[in-house]
Ligand binder design. Structure first.
Ligand code: NAD
Ligand code: DAU
Length: 357
């Protein structure tokens, strides 16, 4: 079925992978990619697909109500897949303002745009607003147990509090106005194009440069890892088959301690590119550092609902996903270098005539 999809945050890590998947796998879907290009947005990540005839990039802010209204009308948007957010927990601890603005007010602005364009004008029958959220809204687990869709919300960082708030707004628009919403709550993603502030690409880059590998606290915090392609495919499944008004947990059944992830990356690099010049295994670069404030101990997703109801389960094991990820970063060193030296922010400036910015 034809769709015109407004993808917000389509120049960020998951958004870019999602845009690429749609252009590859959904021939009759138009993609309108709205991104503010914060530090986390990277047009280089769209290389090879930026000029695709079914892809339109618009630089803009989801908090700009006039822009959002104009986009709905001009492009006749029938589907929203909302990724745009401030996404990094550490930044939310030092600078929470942007998280409230983008994650809460930005989501509200998009909901208002959809409500006015779809509901006030009687267009809602095939429309969908899919809000991409996180398992962090559920808080932190002890040694046992899993997050299900009915787990009580218990956000504990400014990031997760802002995402929880946005989830509540999305649900409120379903219950109050009947807006056709869907929510997905996913665990930690990894894969190509992830900004190197997050654990896996940060460790990969540091390990390649012989720099210390910072592990917070005792390294025993547990995350449930999912290869980004699996997450993107799950979102398409929810969009096409999910029941309006419902939330779906998405996870990889891959619980790992942080220290295990870091050690695995070190071993993989030693095997793939050889030991560093000093002849010592990269594990010797591991440095235990001061813990993150309020660091959630364990996340683990029960993804049974999406499996039973929508027949989705991850295709990649952790080992397969990590193999692909490490190979991608080794083959795309220029991408990481341009992020780390800041040159990625000028990449398309001339092409889009942003010289005045
Ligand atoms: P990211 O930080 O890599 O990308 C965010 C993108 O949003 C960037 O391109 C940025 O420029 C854009 N953006 C930020 N503020 C904006 C604004 N005001 N207007 C328009 N664009 C704006 O994030 P990500 O890791 O790709 O995460 C995407 C979404 O998925 C987020 O909503 C996040 O909460 C959610 N999520 C992420 C993970 C994960 O492990 N990365 C897991 C579960 C859920
Ligand atoms: O669970 C889903 C969430 O996963 C998403 O909603 C967030 O957007 C995404 O950033 C991610 O949050 P985390 O805080 O879990 O990801 P991060 O990569 O920052 O950290 C993963 C774990 O590694 C966490 O326990 C903190 C730890 N860590 C992180 C960094 C950056 C370290 O030990 N050292 C580090 O340098």
């Amino acid at each position: 079925m034809k769709k015109t999809v407004l993808v917000t945050g389509g120049c960020g890590f998951i958004g870019v992978n999602f845009v690429r998947l749609l252009l590859e796998a959904r021939e009759d879907w138009q993609v309108i990619n709205l991104d503010k290009l914060t530090y986390a947005g990277n047009l280089q990540s769209l290389e090879g697909v930026a000029d695709h005839p079914r892809h339109t990039f618009i630089r803009g802010d989801i908090c700009d109500a006039a822009l959002i209204d104009a986009l709905f009308t001009e492009h006749e948007i029938d589907t929203v897949v909302h990724f745009a957010a401030e996404s990094h927990v550490d930044r939310s601890i030092t600078d929470p303002d942007a998280f409230v603005r983008t994650n809460v007010f930005g989501t509200f602005t998009l909901l208002e745009g959809a409500r006015k364009y779809w509901l006030d004008q009687g267009r809602d029958s095939n429309c969908r607003f899919l809000h991409v959220s996180t398992d962090e809204v559920y808080g932190s687990l002890g040694k046992t147990g899993y997050f299900t869709e009915t787990t009580r919300y218990d956000p504990r960082s400014p990031y997760s509090a802002s995402k929880a708030s946005s989830d509540h707004f999305v649900r409120a628009y379903f219950h109050t106005y009947g807006l056709p919403i869907l929510i997905t709550n996913c665990s930690n993603n990894y894969g190509p194009y992830q900004f190197p502030e997050k654990l896996i690409p940060l460790v990969l880059n540091n390990a390649l440069q012989g720099k210390p590998l910072p592990v917070y606290g005792d390294g025993g915090n547990v995350r449930d890892w999912l290869y980004v392609r699996d997450h993107c495919e799950a979102i398409v499944r929810v969009l096409e088959h999910g029941q309006v008004g419902e939330a779906y947990n998405i996870g990889g059944h891959n619980e790992k301690k942080n220290i295990e992830v870091v050690e695995l990356l070190c071993d993989m690099l030693d095997a793939k590119v050889g030991l560093p010049a000093n002849g010592k295994p990269r594990k010797t670069l591991i440095t235990f550092v001061k813990d993150r404030l309020g660091h959630d101990r364990r996340y683990a997703i029960d993804a049974g609902k999406i499996d039973r109801e929508l027949d989705w389960r991850p295709k990649y094991t952790f080992e397969q996903g990590m193999e692909k990820t490490v190979d991608w970063y080794l083959e795309n060193k220029k991408w990481s270098e341009s992020v780390m030296d800041g040159s990625y922010q000028q990449y398309y400036a001339k092409m889009y005539d942003w010289s005045q910015d």
